[in-house]
Every structure is written in structure tokens, then in C-alpha cells.
Design a protein around this ligand. Structure first.
Ligand code: FES
Length: 101
């Protein structure tokens, strides 16, 4: 079972392969916005994936199109509502409330 580490708090939580990054972040008790309910429309769940990026599901067009509209996006950016766990551990960095909007 992959383990998610969340920065900057350092909290960890186990996640099911195939489950959403967003759900694991919420399950860990971290504050993350999901204004659109996880439909890749708001960008409020933008995170930086520091480790394990390649084990996550590939970026689909909907996510890519939304990321293109967000200021501060980089090569490690993902929308947590769209990224699904693979088999490997993942480390993400939260950007704080209101980021990416
Ligand atoms: S929750 Fe809106 S883009 Fe992810």
C-alpha cells in the first residue's frame, strides 16, 4: 500500500492504489480546498509532487487544461483531485489555502 507524506507538516497516511491524492490528503487531516468538488475546474487542489510523481496516474487533458490557467505551475504540479495513486510512495507539498486560484 503506498504511503503519502505531506509537506510541510510531515504527516503520513496510507492510501489505496487507484485512490485520489485529494482523498488521502483530506484523510490525513490536512487543509486543502476543493471548490469544484474534484472536477478539475477550480485549481484549488493544486499541489507540488516532490517524490513518486511517476507512479501517479498520467495527467489527462482536463487536468492539463486547468493547470495551464494557474499561476505558479511547475513540472511538479498536479491537481490532487485528478491524480490517482499507483503502487509507490508519494510526497506532496501543499501550497496553502487559496493557492492556485
Ligand atoms: S478540486 Fe477543483 S480542480 Fe481539483
Amino acid at each position: 500500500m503506498p504511503v503519502l507524506t505531506i509537506l510541510p507538516s510531515g504527516k503520513t497516511v496510507e492510501a489505496e492504489a487507484g485512490s485520489r491524492l485529494l482523498d488521502a490528503i483530506v484523510a490525513a487531516g490536512e487543509a486543502i480546498l476543493s471548490k469544484c468538488g474534484g472536477e478539475a475546474k477550480c485549481g484549488s487542489c493544486h499541489v507540488f509532487v516532490q517524490e513518486g510523481r511517476k507512479s501517479l496516474s498520467k495527467i489527462q487533458r482536463l487536468e492539463n487544461d486547468k493547470l495551464d490557467t494557474i499561476v505558479g505551475v511547475g513540472s511538479k504540479s498536479r491537481l490532487a483531485c485528478q491524480a490517482l495513486f499507483g503502487a509507490e510512495n508519494v510526497t506532496v507539498e501543499l501550497l496553502g489555502f487559496g493557492s492556485g486560484i
